[in-house]
Design a protein around this ligand. Structure first.
Ligand SMILES: CC(C)(COP(=O)(O)OP(=O)(O)OC[C@H]1O[C@@H](n2cnc3c(N)ncnc32)[C@H](O)[C@@H]1OP(=O)(O)O)[C@@H](O)C(=O)NCCC(=O)NCCS
Length: 158
C-alpha cells in the first residue's frame, strides 16, 4: 500500500522510456500555430545531457503533464511545461513548477529562468510562481504559417 488515494497525482522523474507519453501530451497541449512545441528528436537529444530533468505528472498511471528542465552550475532553465487540455486548470502545471523549483534547488540552483511566448496564458502561471519578466526576444517563435512572435524571458531567484 502506498497510502496514496487512487486518483491522486504523482510527479516522478522520467527518461527516454516516457518519450511516447511525453510527445502525446505535447501534441495535445501545444497549439501548433505558435511553434513552441519541440520535436521528438529535440527531446530525445537533450534527455541524456547532464543536469536535464524530465518530470512526468500521472494520475492512475496516465501521463497528464510533464516538464523538461536543465541546470548548469547554479542556473536552472524551465525548457518546456505542458498539461493535457482535458486536465488543465486543476493545478497540475503549478505542481510541476513546484517540483522543478524543489529539485533544482536541491541540486544547487539559485537562479531560475525561462522563455515564453508573449501572450501565452502561461505567463500568469509563472507570475503566480514568483517569476518576473526580465526581457524580451523579438520575433523569437515562428508559427506554422510563418508568423513571428516575441518571447519574454522570466527569472526567479531561489
Ligand atoms: C501552461 C500550462 C502548462 C498550465 O497547466 P495547468 O495545469 O492548466 O496549470 P494550473 O492549473 O496549475 O494553473 C492554471 C493557471 O495558469 C494560467 N493559465 C495557464 N494556461 C491557461 C489558459 N490556457 N487559459 C487561462 N489561464 C491559463 C492561469 O493563471 C491559471 O490560473 P487560475 O487557475 O487561477 O486561473 C498548460 O495550460 C499548457 O500545457 N499549455 C500549453 C503548453 C504551453 O504553452 N506551455 C508553456 C510554454 S512551455
Amino acid at each position: 500500500m502506498s497510502g496514496l488515494a487512487p486518483d491522486s497525482l504523482t510527479i516522478q522523474r522520467g527518461g527516454g522510456a516516457d518519450l511516447d507519453e511525453v510527445m502525446a501530451v505535447m501534441a495535445d497541449a501545444f497549439d501548433p500555430r505558435f511553434g513552441e512545441a519541440w520535436t521528438r528528436a529535440q527531446c530525445a537529444g537533450i534527455l541524456p545531457l547532464p543536469g536535464v530533468i524530465l518530470h512526468v505528472a500521472r494520475r492512475r498511471g496516465e501521463a497528464l503533464g510533464f516538464s523538461l528542465s536543465r541546470r548548469a552550475m547554479d542556473e536552472a532553465e524551465l525548457l518546456l511545461i505542458a498539461v493535457r487540455r482535458q486536465a488543465s486548470g486543476q493545478g497540475i502545471g503549478g505542481q510541476l513548477i513546484a517540483r522543478f523549483v524543489e529539485d533544482h534547488r536541491a541540486a544547487g540552483a539559485h537562479h531560475l529562468h525561462l522563455e515564453v511566448r508573449d501572450g501565452n496564458p502561461a505567463v500568469s502561471l509563472y507570475t503566480a510562481h514568483d517569476f518576473e519578466i526580465a526581457g524580451r526576444r523579438s520575433r523569437y517563435y515562428r508559427g506554422t504559417d510563418g508568423e513571428l512572435f516575441d518571447a519574454l524571458t522570466m527569472v526567479r531567484m531561489i
